[in-house]
Design a binder for this molecule. Structure first.
Ligand SMILES: [Zn+2]
Ligand SMILES: [Zn+2]
Ligand SMILES: [Zn+2]
Ligand SMILES: [Zn+2]
Length: 157
């Protein structure tokens, strides 16, 4: 068993050796590799190695929806701007001013955003877990990895 960090809510989960990486367009489980040792995670001891960010099976659907693969999702990662900025919507289609690149929390007001990012982002559970590990924000990571996919989606609108 090894662990992944579920980026949707920032919790750890146990993985038995392979997992579905649906954000990369995969629907079948693929073997988990240790990036540092270049061997399957189930070979050897990787307790000290970096943990792969991966939505757990329970949250995968939710993550795909939030990333814009589901019906009605239209948002792109951006920091909220003062003023009109009404381009963001949450899963229910409500207007938001933006969302957190780390935990994907929706902000409905600029105050909420400021609260979330105040004091070194103490309010952001995901950021607190990841900041010392040198990770990019999960939402950004996914945008980079799936830029091609998202481009296609955009053209349809
Ligand atoms: Zn795994
Ligand atoms: Zn390792
Ligand atoms: Zn999860
Ligand atoms: Zn956050």
């Amino acid at each position: 068993m090894h662990r992944h960090l579920c980026e949707v809510t920032g919790h750890y989960w146990d993985c038995s050796g392979s997992a579905v990486r649906s954000l990369r367009g995969e629907s079948e489980p693929t073997i988990c590799y240790c990036l540092e040792h270049q061997v399957p995670m189930e070979e050897g001891d990787h307790n000290q190695c970096s943990i792969e960010l991966l939505a757990c099976p329970d949250h995968q659907d939710e993550q795909l929806r939030k990333m814009g693969y589901g019906p009605g999702a239209t948002k792109m990662p951006q920091t909220p701007q003062k003023g009109e900025s009404t381009m963001f919507r949450d899963g229910q289609g409500n207007r938001t001013v933006g969302f957190c690149l780390w935990c994907d929390k929706d902000f409905y007001t600029l105050e909420e955003h400021e609260e979330h990012t105040a004091n070194g982002m103490v309010a952001c559970a995901v950021f607190q877990v990841l900041k010392d590990k040198g990770y990019m924000p999960p939402m950004l990571q996914q945008m980079v990895g799936d830029a091609a996919l998202l481009d296609d989606e955009d053209k349809e609108r």
